[in-house]
Ligand binder design. Structure first.
Ligand code: HEC
Length: 113
């Protein structure tokens, strides 16, 4: 057992690592777009209790959110209102406000776009 064995181990580890980082859509998109990745983390931490972890589907309590623009997200998340002339998906007022997410709104918008 000598250097040849150690080199083999190193080669195998390198191959293994590069195989892991080559993954489906989400990983590729995330590595290209840190805003999307950050928005996803904020969404998972704050929104999936009610909205679906896949924003294109309705959640247990809240409606699907994919395609929401930044103005809608900001108005809804910070004030519980809707932008002028926007027709809400639900007539209810169940969702609370999240004033502490003010600085995260652009990232949520990048994720839900
Ligand atoms: C406690 C449950 C709950 C949580 C947590 C929650 N929502 Fe909601 N959300 C709702 C419900 C229910 C509605 C439907 C309107 C209503 O009743 O308030 C809604 C509506 C919305 C809408 C308007 C959809 C439309 O087009 O009419 C947006 C945008 C939205 N939520 C974004 C978010 C985001 C972003 C988060 C995380 C920061 C979040 N929500 C967290 C329950 C929730």
């Amino acid at each position: 057992m000598g250097n040849a064995f150690i080199s083999l181990v190193i080669v195998l580890m390198t191959v293994g690592l590069s195989a892991c980082s080559r993954d489906p859509d989400q990983a590729a998109q995330a590595s290209k777009d840190p805003d999307w990745e950050r928005g996803r983390a904020v969404y998972i931490a704050n929104c999936v209790a009610c909205h679906n972890s896949d924003p294109s589907k309705d959640g247990p309590i809240g409606p699907a959110l994919k395609g929401s623009d930044q103005e809608l997200i900001e108005t809804r998340v910070l004030t519980s209102n809707y932008p002028p002339n926007y027709k809400p998906k639900r007539p209810t007022k169940v969702m609370p406000q999240f004033p502490f997410l003010k600085s995260e709104i652009p990232y949520l918008a990048a994720y839900l776009r």
